[in-house]
Design a protein around this ligand. Sequence first.
Ligand SMILES: [Zn+2]
Length: 226
Amino acid sequence: MSAAPRKEPAALETEVREKIHLEILKRTGAYHANDHVLLPSGQHTTEYIEKTLVTTEPSFTEGLGAVIAKHFAQWPVDVVLSTGPGALILSHCVARAHPSRPIVVYGMKGLAGGKRRVTLPVEFQRLMRERTKVLLVEDLVSSGTTLNLLIDLVEQLGAQVVGVGCLWRRTSVEVNGKPVFSLVSRDFPTYSAEDCPLCRKGVPLNEEFVRRRAHRRPSSVQESKT
Ligand SMILES: [Zn+2]
């Protein structure tokens, strides 16, 4: 009998936990796996996540938020800070489940001179002072830029980042040496069309997500001028 490599119980637990969380994200319609997807960059991949759909099921979001809160339960937290609508919904759920009963504040994302910027509304500034303990919450972390901006913002105010909790993190992302807890840590393999193993196998290319972006307009209504 050949001995299969045994996984450590902790690694196994992480793997099982990730599978459960992926299954939850799949049920929201946000996560697509085992596919052959065209990305906006022109690269091909096997997996795709639609960020806006991640927090559409309140009971799922509450459950996932509670897992993040439990991870940081031993740390006292005064404020949960996030930016962006999805992350804000999740941060409410994290704060609600954390034993310190932290308050929830959010930064506003914007662009300045082509560079990303995060601004904290004036009304929130008195809530983040010296020694305020801040837990950052993000839904999906792909480049880490937003989180690093949030960290700078907190430190500029003299407050302290106790950690970062997120639903999904690309494994390669580093976040300024802060403790990061993610429910799923995963990198999608991406391929150029020439090197794509799925193209070589003749698997049809799913262009839906790119087409949807290019051809569909968001629904909107406008107040009449009269
Ligand atoms: Zn391909």
